[in-house]
Design a protein around this ligand. Sequence first.
Ligand code: 13P
Length: 258
Amino acid sequence: MNKSTRKAIIAGNWKMNKTRPEAKELLEAIKPLVANAEGNIEVIACVPFTNLETAISTTAGSNVKIGAENVHFEKSGAYTGEISADMLVELGVEYVVIGHSERRQYFGETDETVNKRLLSAIGSGLKAILCVGETLEQREQGITEEVIAMQTKIALQGTCPKCIKNVVIAYEPVWAIGTGKVATPEQAQEVCAFIRKTIAGLFNQEVADGITIQYGGSMNAKNCAELLAKSDIDGGLIGGASLKAEDFNTIVQAAVNG
Ligand code: 13P
């Protein structure tokens, strides 16, 4: 299938960076640069909870969409420090990152809680960016595909071919995140194609052909074009480089020109 029929999504994951004034300044800089990304291309900034309202008002009327970086799986209740999907929807948030490796690594996230968060998010009308990826140890053990298949299958349990339209998958090899050690385009393509095959097995080929699969992990202004040119890489989830308007825009333009 021709990848140009799929949505290309370039999303920044700001992680724990930027105060509200800083967030406003960065988004004001990004907005005009990426204004030409339209049609089949989406530009998203996933920002800390405290920046959501500022980010939404700053980007109103532009083509930049706003996402959160996590969501709790219950609707409400005694979960001190957590934020529900309904709270995000009420703010006007459109996307949410789920199962980022930093949450798995530092905050006890498991495939089961990822699944619960994903169901809660799409059930409330959010679009989910589901992160999967192997550690260096797992890659060296030759179990990358097993790990990716398990993470993908468990995360998507209970979803249907229709609601999967609100799910984007981000392949983020843990060893490439924040390390400057980017996966080669061939390595990234291989796993993204494997994820698509896994989706075809879970649903059908049509669903697999339609789902957007991003690469994330040290993607930057220099290496983005080569990665985005690959047939199963439909976009990027960008950490460090999304904090610089020019660099983020270079990645967006690579998608526009791709
Ligand atoms: P870096 O681009 O900083 O490696 O981060 C990638 C990432 O974790 C995006 O979610």
